[in-house]
Design a protein around this ligand. Structure first.
Ligand SMILES: [Cu+2]
Length: 90
């Protein structure tokens, strides 16, 4: 994990109601980037994302190219497109 940052979720939802193409990146709150805590500086395959927060990660893919899937462990979120495939290439 690289960092955490607060996210204006209400502002984004209101903007999305007006403009369905609203970009979530426009709703990051500047100046509140927090570095990882000691227990999240190790390599892991899961990361906790708190409500109203964005977490930036830097995955390391070694020894395998091909299809992976990222997903949220909250089932209702998975049903709302928080489960998507991606492909790692050489
Ligand atoms: Cu989720």
């Amino acid at each position: 994990m690289l960092e955490r940052q607060a996210f204006d979720a209400e502002g984004f939802v209101e903007a999305r109601d007006v403009d369905p193409a609203a970009d979530p990146a426009d709703y990051l709150i500047a100046g509140t980037i927090r570095p990882p805590t000691p227990n999240t500086r190790i390599k892991k395959d899961t990361v906790l994302v708190n409500p109203n927060e964005v977490v930036r990660i830097q995955p390391a893919f070694t020894g395998y190219t091909g299809r992976y899937v990222w997903h949220c462990h909250i089932l209702e979120h998975e049903d709302q497109e928080m489960m998507l495939p991606y492909r790692v290439v050489a």
